[in-house]
Design a protein around this ligand. Structure first.
Ligand code: FAD
Length: 505
């Protein structure tokens, strides 16, 4: 019999409270409002964006963390899903980035055009174009054979996940059992080529020596599939664009609000409480804070207590440096990696802080090169990211400024440009600060790593195990970290919510 009462309840606007305004939280808000939900958001930081944030100082602007992204079509999917025009404009990077090795006078430019790329390494690697085509063909097959089966899926159980995996063609199976570095050795001869194409292993939170070869699919996404993109006007335009849409939809955002307690009744979450004691009620709750540490620290789940969280694999922590220079930099590209020749030693020792940090590996982005309004005329805004051990292995960061000094001196020596003399303003954020700003567990920059036992059905689920109206979105739940993944995460959690609570419009 038609139940009018149930129909009436289901057609009333349901309220969703989202904890966190990172990209995953903002995208989830956009999707849920498109389906008729009323959304309210609370955020610990003083402005939206989470790690995708903006720092402004002395007339300079800096993208605080992400500086480029792959799989740009996921943003288009978000806009289409919500029936809005693209809220920002992206620009494809070409060359993708430049790599400098210590002791080498030249830098290597990484192009998507494989012919040009092969010419760049002509003196180091014979037949590189042919070798790359072979390597990328196999990497591309892995990507397309897993994208819809594993990456863009919700899993209700571990068995369900393992069953899904059986649909991946068996020919890829061996690559789960040997490393990305071995895959490089099988395909290439030169040290430089092997190191450059295995850097993606670090993005996943491990080393190329521990990361399974299946993840070479990331080389396919960077070199063939969709490349890397920037945003016209700076990365924070993504946040500004989405927030503008949310304002039109009357989404209320409350900043400097940190959730630290909860109330439940009969297996349902009735309210979150913030540090000032204010209660936040809703019908549905979505947590954009780290899906593993929130379960432990706020929900007090024994499976996510400190000991268990510390036993998980986490991605490296960031030490970030923001420099406002009084002149333009010469001889550098937009995206630059500074590497050394002790690659294997570095990879094995960096995670556990058993290597000296005065000779680090780092990434440099000249932010005002493509976004002139990031610096006053004739000046430059520069971002440096040095991956460092997290707070489990290096809890004390009193030496952060001196590590930053060493990096800047090293960069000056290697580029012949005196960054120290030209610095007008400088900010350094170390892992303790990153932890404090956004509740990043132990300061880990990208969240949970992507070892095979921490992905898919093994990753903290986006649906809570105990409370039936509590969900998660973001880097440490499915599918994983990075900007496009968090946009996919917002779709997966929205699908769950709509399945459980209904589409309202
Ligand atoms: C230095 C660095 C560089 C990076 N570079 C890139 C890059 O170039 N390309 C790329 O694709 N990705 C990059 N990433 C990764 C990318 O930033 C993240 O994967 C993505 O931004 C995560 O988004 P999110 O929404 O899951 O989480 P977040 O951005 O962390 O958002 C979560 C939000 O929840 C808030 N919050 C947490 N706990 C609470 C609480 N208890 N109460 C209220 N609010 C709370 C936090 O303050 C935060 O705003 C980088 C990350 C770092 C750190």
């Amino acid at each position: 019999m038609f139940n009018y009462f149930e129909y009436f309840l289901n057609t009333m606007a349901k309220k969703a409270l989202i904890v966190g305004t990172g990209l995953a939280g903002l995208s989830t808000a956009l999707r849920l409002t498109s389906k008729g939900y009323e959304v309210e958001m609370v955020e610990k930081y003083h402005q939206p964006g989470g790690r995708l944030n903006l720092l402004e100082k002395d007339g300079f602007k800096f993208d605080m963390a992400p500086t480029f992204f792959s799989m740009s079509y996921e943003f288009k999917e978000l806009a289409d899903y919500c029936n809005i025009p693209m809220p920002f404009e992206f620009v494809e990077l070409d060359p993708l980035y430049a790599v400098h090795f210590e002791g080498d006078k030249r830098s290597y430019l990484i192009y998507k055009d494989l012919k040009k790329l092969a010419e760049e390494f002509a003196d180091l690697e014979v037949d590189l174009e042919e070798k790359l085509r072979r390597f990328l063909k196999s990497a591309g097959e892995i990507f397309h054979d897993t994208e819809n089966i594993v990456i863009k899926q919700n899993f209700d159980s571990l068995i369900g996940y393992l069953l899904k995996l059986t649909r991946v063609p068996v020919k890829h199976a061996p690559k789960m059992f040997y490393s990305m570095w071995k895959e490089m050795e099988k395909n290439f001869d030169s040290f430089e080529v092997k190191v450059i194409f295995s850097l993606v292993g670090f993005f996943l939170g491990s080393t190329p020596f521990d990361t399974p070869a299946v993840y070479s699919m990331l080389n396919y996404t960077e070199l063939v599939h969709d490349g890397y993109h920037n945003v016209k006007g700076g990365m924070y335009k993504i946040v500004e664009g989405v927030v503008k849409e949310l304002e039109k939809r009357n989404v209320r955002m409350h900043f400097n609000v940190e959730i630290d307690q909860f109330e439940q009744r009969n297996g349902t979450l009735s309210a979150f409480t913030d540090k000032s004691g204010k209660r936040w009620e809703a019908d549905v709750f979505v947590v954009n804070a780290d899906a593993a540490s929130f379960r432990g620290q706020v929900l007090q789940r024994p499976k996510f207590n400190t000991e268990k969280l510390d036993a998980k694999k986490w991605t490296l922590a960031p030490l970030t440096i923001y420099l406002g220079l009084d002149t333009k930099v010469k001889g550098m590209y937009h995206h630059n990696y500074f590497l050394r020749r002790n690659f294997e030693e570095y990879a094995h020792k960096i995670f556990k802080n058993s290597i000296k940090l005065d000779k680090p590996y780092y990434y440099v982005n000249i932010q005002s090169m493509h976004n002139p309004d990031y610096a006053p005329p004739g000046k430059e805004s520069v971002f440096i990211l040095c991956p460092v051990p997290d707070l489990r292995y290096k809890p004390n960061w009193d030496d952060a400024e001196s590590i930053a000094d060493a990096i800047i001196q090293d960069m000056s020596k290697r580029t012949g440009f005196d960054f120290v003399a030209h610095t007008e303003t400088r900010v350094v954020y170390h892992p303790q600060q990153w932890e404090g700003m956004f509740n990043l567990y132990r300061g880990s920059g990208l969240g949970l790593a992507h070892d095979l036992n921490q992905v898919g059905g093994f990753r903290p689920s986006n649906k809570d195990e105990q409370l039936d109206n509590l969900y998660y979105t973001g880097a440490s739940t499915v599918p994983g970290t990075g900007l496009p993944m968090t946009v996919i995460s917002s779709r997966l959690v929205t699908e769950r919510i709509l399945k459980d609570h209904g589409t309202l419009s």
